[in-house]
Design a protein around this ligand. Structure first.
Ligand SMILES: CCC(=O)SCCNC(=O)CCNC(=O)[C@H](O)C(C)(C)COP(=O)(O)OP(=O)(O)OC[C@H]1O[C@@H](n2cnc3c(N)ncnc32)[C@H](O)[C@@H]1OP(=O)(O)O
Length: 626
């Protein structure tokens, strides 16, 4: 029996003992006596009687252990030409002062703080400052527009927003502050105050009495000590797209999260004190939360915060330059980033230009890892390339090849095996496990392990309806796939209308809501179609109202602009076709899956309940231009 099998079996047969041992990696202000509270099986709570502070575990603990001079955070920003290193002592001091500044604005235990920032140190600092106060942060990715930001402010009822004057994209300055002002104007629960990082590239106009300068506030603040919180208290809310337009507020607790992060660093990513981990994901995504901010610091490792892109800042060698400059041991990114690099540097000339001796493994997640990208990375880098499958909801890998426990033989197309703590089952529509090799719904037998979502923010009902109601006793991932006879997991893709664009999970429903709001649109559908770079991109199809006087190209341009303005550039919504009708079932359900299959060049599954098959014949040349 190998180390993986031993850990997997122990987590399955003795979860309390397994996670009690894992909890030893954390410093508790009140150690757990109870590991698992399963009294309400749909609402498992981990370490229900324990107390800790996550920020103290990520920072102060390492300073107290004499490692204050070790580097905690490297900020590398090719877009500003800056590299800055923070030791654990310096980062602790900065975070304590940021916590003091937030406290001076009235933020305390349980209050919500929205963080809308580019990839600058203030993003990491403000997340950890919230954690220090026992406040709940909610980071919103900068590529979302004002309406999306306002929706999150309202749902979280945020007291304070931390933001910046601008972000810096390779070809333009993105003014964040006007977007924030617009969101505050739209929100029904406007925050009481904001803390704004003024960047020299574009300074922001401040609203007197509401907006406070980040640098000045931190300089004036008294350092705040860590506040012990219940392990079950929320650490953060991270909104993610569901099938409807309304985002889901994924809740992460403090205790289970800290334990899961620490366990995963050692056993999956093989990272410990003194190592350098670089998760090249925006902190607005789950990978950024878990593996750019919390997990490396909890493990006492150095993390890299990169304000740049895989290509264009300045070229496709950027990732290997960062690896070489900072001695990165493990790089974690999304397949789309590797596809972008490969497209510009197919022969790997730029890869070979840099010393990558430190790099032990490349982890990839966020979307399906297509075989050509995997094979290119293996051949070009000559190190293990490890697919890992998880979700914003789980916060850490469900399926991976656990480097720290000893790599298992990889199998093409599989992210390998379920991680200890996750009981992965594939079910048929009746909820029965299917035989090996048979496709079905990928589900997780309850309870979910520590670190996975305990519920949705103030919405237990939606949590149950979204994830737990399809099959009694199981969490529904929303992905389809199969297990092979050796338990390797194969993930085939979403079974609902959620799409994945460049590793960003997006709702087609929210895009359809924007299209439907146009006065000339009678009906619409948005489907995700295959894209060689981004994995998927959304395509819109609209039917105009009888008598609407608008040229199709004008309507299309207006709709593209409106999706960008309402959802943001992250949607990558660039194409709308005006069509005479949409294919539907007799009960009126639009056949989005059939449309997607045609657009992707596959043989479409046309249900016998289709209302008018002739509609598909008319759509064919639009969906699949020859
Ligand atoms: C396992 C759990 C999870 O799945 S967590 C999610 C994991 N996913 C990820 O980490 C995302 C991976 N993807 C990426 O990091 C990016 O897509 C990479 C590969 C770096 C490419 O970035 P980029 O060239 O900006 O393309 P994109 O498609 O992301 O951007 C689309 C438009 O949005 C813009 N944008 C992007 N970031 C920001 C930002 N922080 N602030 C403001 N705007 C932003 C981009 O400029 C781009 O705009 P435009 O359409 O070109 O005008």
């Amino acid at each position: 029996m190998n180390a993986y099998q031993r850990e997997r079996d122990r987590a399955a047969t003795d979860p309390a003992g397994f996670w009690a041992d894992a909890a030893q990696a954390i410093t508790w202000t009140r150690p757990p006596r109870q590991v698992l509270d399963d009294a309400r099986p749909q609402f498992t709570r981990w370490f229900p009687d324990a107390e800790l502070n996550t920020s103290a575990n990520a920072l102060d603990r390492h300073v107290d252990a004499g490692r204050g001079g070790d580097v905690a955070l490297i900020y590398d920003s090719p877009v500003t030409g800056t590299v800055r290193r923070f030791t654990f002592a310096e980062l602790t001091d900065e975070v304590a002062r940021a916590a003091g500044a937030l406290a001076a604005l009235g933020v305390g235990h349980g209050d919500r703080v929205i963080i809308y920032l580019p990839m600058i140190p203030a993003a990491v600092v403000s997340m950890l400052a919230c954690a220090r106060l026992g406040a709940v942060h909610s980071v919103v990715f900068g590529g979302f527009a004002a309406a999306e930001l306002a929706a999150r402010m309202d749902d979280a009822r945020a007291k304070v927003v931390v933001s910046a004057s601008c972000g810096i994209e390779p070809t333009r300055i993105v003014p964040y502050k006007p977007m924030l002002d617009e969101a505050i104007a739209q929100a029904t629960h406007a925050p009481e105050a904001t803390l704004i990082v003024q960047r020299d590239q574009q300074r922001a106009t401040m609203v007197a009495g509401r907006d406070h300068d980040w640098d000045e506030a931190l300089a004036a603040a008294a350092p705040h000590p860590p506040v012990p919180v219940a392990a079950t208290d929320p650490l953060y809310i991270l909104y993610t797209s569901g099938t409807t337009g309304r985002p889901k507020g994924i809740v992460r607790d403090n205790g289970g999260h800290a334990v899961a992060m620490a366990w995963s660093m050692r056993n999956i990513y093989d990272i410990g004190p003194g190592d350098v981990m670089w998760a090249a994901s925006d902190v607005g995504w789950a990978v950024g939360h878990s593996y750019t901010v919390y997990a490396p610091l909890l493990a006492g490792a150095t993390t890299v915060l990169y304000e740049g892109k895989p290509v264009g800042t300045p070229d496709a060698g950027a990732f290997w330059r960062v690896v070489s400059d900072h001695g990165v041991n493990v790089l974690f990114t999304a397949p789309t980033a590797i596809r972008a690099i490969r497209r510009e540097d197919p022969a790997g000339d730029l890869v070979r230009r840099y010393d990558r001796a430190s790099l032990r493994a490349l982890f990839l997640a966020g979307e399906r890892l297509d075989p050509p990208t995997y094979e290119w990375a293996v051949a070009t880098l000559g190190i293990p390339v490890i697919d890992n499958y998880w979700q914003t909801e789980t916060g850490w890998p469900i399926v991976a090849n656990p480097l720290g426990l000893g790599l298992l033989p990889p199998r093409a197309g599989s992210p390998t095996v379920p991680i200890p703590g996750y009981d992965v089952r594939v079910l048929d529509p009746a909820g029965e496990p299917v035989p090996a090799g048979t496709e079905g719904a990928i589900c997780l037998r309850l309870p979910l392990p520590p670190g996975a979502l305990p519920t949705l923010w103030e919405d237990d009902e939606r949590y149950v309806a979204s994830y737990l109601s399809a099959f009694d006793g199981y969490y529904l991932t929303g992905d389809g796939g199969y297990l092979d006879e050796d338990g390797y997991v194969f993930v085939l893709g979403r079974t609902d209308d959620v799409i994945n664009v460049a590793g960003h999970r997006l709702s087609t429903g929210s895009m359809e809501a924007v299209l439907a709001a146009h006065p000339a649109v009678a009906e619409c559908a948005v489907v995700g179609v295959a894209d060689p770079l981004k994995g998927q991109v959304p395509r819109g199809f609209v039917v105009v109202k009888v008598g609407a006087q608008i040229a199709p190209e004008t309507l299309a341009a207006e709709l593209v602009a409106q999706v960008r303005a309402r959802i943001g550039p992250v949607a990558a919504f660039g194409r709308v076709d005006v069509v005479p009708a949409l294919p539907k079932t007799r009960s009126g359900k639009i056949l989005r899956r059939t449309m997607r299959e045609i657009a992707d060049g596959r043989s479409p599954a046309v249900p016998p309940t289709i209302e008018d098959p002739a509609v598909l014949d008319v759509l064919l040349p639009v969906l699949r231009p020859s």
